[in-house]
Write a protein that binds this ligand. Structure first.
Ligand code: KIV
Ligand code: ZN
Length: 515
């Protein structure tokens, strides 16, 4: 008997981007959009076009690039927001407008300061207006998990009448339990007279660690869309992790009433890409995409797995893309293997010159290292972008002296708006001296929130991947840098974070903050 299809709606680039420090550039969104599309994700929520000029441009760029998946833009119920979303989605082959308003008593009273009748009126007006631009309109009842049941029924019924084709009932604050969230879907769908005219959708936050369980409970009870994010990225504790939802449904096909059409072997490359772009490392024991997810340490387990894999493994590592995350040919790899791997990671170059440049850098790296991993490739491309000539600051040269018993000193030269500027500083270690020297030039006054170094492969020849998170005036960004020398990687990451901060500030006049 064939099963109903579950729509996988990815919100890595919208809710995921709301994680402090996870802002993504237009190019990064195109890359993530490509990788999600290649995986077969049904709906890609690319951003919140009214939030800023940058987000508008990024959603538009994803809408121009992605062909197969539906591209979605979020908006409040304000008509100006809907206009912005519609404009950004104009190039999309299939575009969805997603409009939302809060429906819980606490949100309506304290945040919106609106009475429930006005909330219904605004929701209906927004859905109707959005339908002028597309037949695919999603309506979300923000804080649905804590909303009054009768009110939810009323607003959803009217939203469907007004033309909403998807109804999302989010557990915005991660408060519900699977049993209750599942029962809520069942009851809503049984009670609302026109419920059969829309697809019901789950959107769960992970504040109590139950986002995936809640999403699956909703599916068991009739939801046919799940909103999720790669690596569980999202506001606060994050959203339901796409990889966990998908693999739970695949692995437990015996009990799940739905099927999904994703190429799961692209999960690990997508996870690596999102981790590299955001600088948010994946915890080693994270289900499906953590480095230890398929590693057996205890003798008893190893013995069992060697005798029969199924004794301790419920999924195959290669089915989620594990064994496939490196270029096996290393320095002998040809340009087409290189290009193919890049495109699995969602990286497509516009011009042949950029591809040629990237290939030369890849060869140089392969001369230094035997194996090239996905993160190496992402780092390599990010380095190319970080040194793009239109960046405000570029690192031209640096020298760091470190001697036992002496205070470390950094000398460096930055290119600032076309002018070379030199600086030197002492610090508590080479990295500290380097950051101080950069600040001597930039005087950003930004607060350093995070400094993390990750070696991409095992050897001492490994690329060091550094993430630097800076915060100024309530906005935070994460910069990345990679080099086989970690002090140079640190300088690159700091300069990259400064450039991102400037870009974010330049487009942030009507930034909305957390939704
Ligand atoms: O968590 C939430 O309620 C949301 C909505 C905007 C869908 O992200
Ligand atoms: Zn959310």
């Amino acid at each position: 008997m064939s099963k109903e299809k579950l729509i996988i709606f990815d919100t890595t680039m919208r809710d995921g981007e709301q994680s402090p420090g996870a802002t993504m550039s237009r190019e990064e969104k195109i890359r993530i959009g490509n990788s999600l599309e290649r995986m077969g994700v049904d709906v890609i929520e690319a951003g919140f076009p009214a939030a800023s000029e940058g987000d508008f441009e990024a959603v538009k760029a994803v809408a121009e690039t992605v062909q197969e998946s539906i591209v979605c833009g979020l908006c409040r119920t304000r008509l100006e927001d809907i206009d912005r979303a519609a404009e950004a989605l104009k190039p999309a082959r299939r575009g969805r407008i997603h409009t939302f308003i809060a429906t819980s008593t606490i949100h309506m009273e304290k945040k919106l300061r609106m009475d429930s009748e006005d909330v219904i009126e605004q929701a209906v007006r927004a859905v109707r207006y959005a339908r002028n631009f597309t037949d695919d309109v999603e309506f979300s009842t923000e804080d649905g998990g804590r909303s009054d049941f009768d009110f939810l029924c009323r607003i959803i019924e009217q939203a469907i009448d007004a033309g909403a084709t998807t109804i999302n009932v989010p557990d915005t604050v991660g408060y519900t339990f699977p049993e209750h969230y599942g029962a809520l879907f069942k009851r809503l769908m049984e009670t609302i007279p026109n419920a059969d005219k829309a697809v019901f959708s789950a959107h769960c936050h992970n504040d109590l660690g139950m986002a995936v369980a809640n999403s699956l409970a909703a599916v068991m009870n009739g939801a046919r869309q799940v909103e999720c994010a790669i690596n569980g990225l999202g506001e606060r504790a994050g959203n339901a992790a796409l990889e966990e939802v998908v693999m739970a449904i695949r692995t437990r096909a015996d009990i799940m009433p739905v099927e999904i059409g994703l190429d799961t072997t692209l999960i690990v490359p997508a996870s690596r890409l999102v981790s590299s772009v955001t600088g948010f490392q994946v915890q080693p024991n994270k289900a499906v995409v953590g480095i230890n997810a398929f590693t057996h340490e205890s003798g008893i387990h190893q013995d069992g797995v060697l005798k029969a894999r199924e004794t301790y493994e419920i999924m195959r590592a290669q089915d989620v893309g594990w064994d496939d995350n490196r270029l096996t040919l290393g320095k002998l790899s040809g340009r087409s293997a290189f290009k193919d791997r890049l495109s699995k990671l969602g990286i497509e170059f516009k011009g042949t010159a950029d591809l040629a440049d990237a290939f030369i850098r890849f060869k140089q790296l392969a001369d230094k290292k035997q194996e090239i991993f996905d993160e190496d490739l992402v780092a390599l491309v990010m380095e190319m972008e970080a040194n793009a000539p239109d960046e405000q600051y570029q690192l031209l040269a640096m020298r760091v002296q470190s001697e036992i018993g002496e205070t470390p000193r950094a000398n460096l030269v930055l290119l600032v708006e076309g002018k070379e500027v030199a600086a030197e500083a002492e610090g508590d270690g080479g990295v500290d001296a380097t950051f101080k020297a950069i600040e001597t030039i930039a005087s950003s006054g930004a607060e350093l929130l995070l400094y993390s170094v990750k070696n991409i492969t095992e050897g001492t020849d490994s690329l060091g991947h550094v993430s630097v998170r800076l915060k100024r005036d309530g906005r935070s960004v994460t910069g990345q840098g990679a080099d086989t020398d970690i002090v140079i990687a640190s300088a690159r990451a700091y300069v990259n974070a400064l450039n991102r901060l400037l870009r974010l500030e330049a487009v942030a006049e009507n930034f909305l903050g957390g939704v």
